[in-house]
Ligand binder design. Structure first.
Ligand code: ADP
Ligand code: GLC
Length: 486
């Protein structure tokens, strides 16, 4: 089975969030699942990707290519390589005018156009290489026009006559709302992008909606989120379309790439450890405290956050009571994140107010995220919604108990210790309200003093199987469903 996987980020080259982890892990897992699976990944070449360090070579055989966007030919080049330790081929689309912008994602007027170029280039490079994909797998709005492009813009090419498309929703809230003119640039029927049309949503041309109506199969990254997005509360206005397509919609929980996230082998840690010997975790805890110039006796828990600081992540639930909890309870809070200025300011301010208890690193730091997962005792993830979430899984595998809102992938992965004492792996609350969040925080801090219970929960979490192999098998089933009847 030939698969073309198109994504706007991918580990280890470029990452802003979980999509990058998925794009770096799922394609190799698909190849492992079956020897007749071949995957080509397409990704923009952002300025921050050091091509030579990663062993990419310029595709001299292709030379300079160009893609027609409306009335303009946009030149681009292609770089070629393999995902580390795998046979997955990866193609970088090199168009400095579109992809050298400081940030991966912008609010520039031509944001959608940048990714239309990526999608056209992916298709046209496949044409050049005479590669006929069975499946084109798109991810999020940035690549959600691929199903429509195959059906309309490239319908003339027999190479794609038997190709079927799959769109994975990693986050329904980002929809790529843009000018209907770009539908024309993508080679799509413009009338669909206008009011009343299939691709129209919220007064604009919605790249994501186009994908939802045109993809042969749709997946999202957890079973609970798959059902939540069919309801108005989390449907972002697209719940109607999604429930109409429910027979083609599957929730597949993301996995964890244990080549990167395994406390037994993690190269970022001061010491390695596993469920049978937690000595290394104590070393990591002490190293983390000293990295942040904090101190805490063993009976004082370290709570941690590693997150994009976006409204989605629910930190506003902490704000009303956290100062009071910090005044009355003994714990430490270590925060790594960046995003919305008010949340950056909030955590910075909190560390100024409580210098002995709170430390915040505002920024992005891969190694530090691993050291925090290993060194902390509990991990806060009160997301208002969470399609899957990876950090709660990393936390469990690192023996760090997650404290989560019972939604999306958090509901599918974390079992509340008080509701299910024999199976619990963390703390989970149902109502997204500050008082409930605060009560759960108290519950976690109280439980930390009951070391037997805490340790048993750690052990259960560390032994969980979040392997990508399970997810890859589920994706192959979805691909087969897409191919049925062709
Ligand atoms: P989302 O994709 O919504 O941000 P996920 O939990 O799926 O949420 O994935 C987030 C990923 O990004 C995790 O791998 C997490 O460790 C990483 N991450 C988030 N913020 C930072 C940061 N400031 N520094 C390092 N890694 C981060
Ligand atoms: C999105 C979601 C997150 C998910 C990730 C990878 O960024 O917010 O929940 O884990 O995609 O699928």
């Amino acid at each position: 089975m030939n698969i073309c996987f198109v994504t706007s980020e991918c580990v280890p080259y470029v990452k802003t969030g979980g999509l990058a982890d998925v794009a770096g892990a799922l394609p190799p897992a698909l190849c492992r699942a079956s020897p007749d699976v071949h995957v080509k990944v397409f990704l923009p070449l952002y300025a921050r990707i050091p091509v030579f360090d990663h062993g990419f070579v310029h595709a001299d055989d292709l030379g300079e290519l160009s893609a027609r966007l409306g009335d303009e030919d946009i030149p681009y080049h292609v770089w070629y390589g393999h995902l580390p330790d795998s046979e997955v081929e990866i193609y970088l689309i090199d168009c400095p005018r579109f992809f050298h912008r400081g940030m991966l994602y912008t609010d520039h007027f031509d944001e959608a156009r940048r990714f239309i170029l990526l999608q056209k280039a992916a298709i046209e490079v496949m044409q050049r290489y005479a590669f006929s994909p069975d499946i084109v797998h798109a991810n999020d709005w940035q690549t959600a026009l691929l199903p429509a492009m195959l059906r309309h813009a490239y319908a003339w090419d027999d190479r794609f006559a038997r190709t079927r498309s799959v769109l994975t929703i990693h986050n329904l809230a980002y929809q790529g709302l843009t000018n209907p003119h770009y539908a024309y640039e993508a080679g799509l029927p413009v009338e669909h992008a206008l009011s009343g049309g299939n691709y129209h949503h919220d007064g604009a041309f919605s790249c994501l909606r186009a994908g939802l109506v045109e993809a042969d199969q749709i997946t999202t990254v957890s079973p609970t989120y798959a059902s939540e997005i069919q309801q108005p509360h989390l449907g972002c206005g697209l719940d109607g379309v999604l429930s109409a397509r429910r027979s083609a919609l599957t929730g597949i929980l993301n996995g964890v790439d244990t080549a990167h996230w395994n406390p037994g082998t993690d190269v970022h840690l001061a010491a390695n450890y596993d469920a049978t010997d937690l000595h290394g975790k104590t070393i990591c805890r002490n190293a983390l405290l000293s990295e942040f110039s904090l101190s805490a006796p063993p009976d004082v828990p370290i709570l941690a956050v590693v997150s994009r600081l976006a409204d989605q992540k629910g930190f506003d639930l902490l704000v009303p009571d956290l100062e009071q909890v910090l005044r009355t309870r003994d714990f430490r809070l270590i925060v790594l994140g960046s995003g919305t200025p008010w949340l950056e300011g909030y955590f910075r301010g909190l560390s100024g107010l409580f210098p002995d208890k709170v430390a915040a690193f505002i920024g992005y730091d891969e190694g530090l995220s691993h050291r925090i997962e290993a060194g902390a005792d509990a991990f806060l993830m009160p997301s208002r919604y969470e399609p899957c979430g990876l950090n709660q899984m990393y936390s469990m595998l690192y023996g760090t108990l997650p404290v989560v809102h019972h939604t999306g992938g958090l509901a599918d992965t974390v079992t509340d210790l008080h509701e299910y004492p024999a199976q619990g792996t963390g703390f989970s609350f149902h109502d997204a309200r500050p008082d409930v969040m605060t009560a759960t925080l108290h519950r976690a801090i109280d439980t930390f003093s009951q070391q037997d219970i805490w340790r048993a929960a750690m052990q259960r979490g560390m032994q969980k199987d979040f392997s990508w192999d399970r997810a890859a098998a589920a994706y192959l089933d979805v691909y087969r469903r897409a191919l049925d009847g062709r």
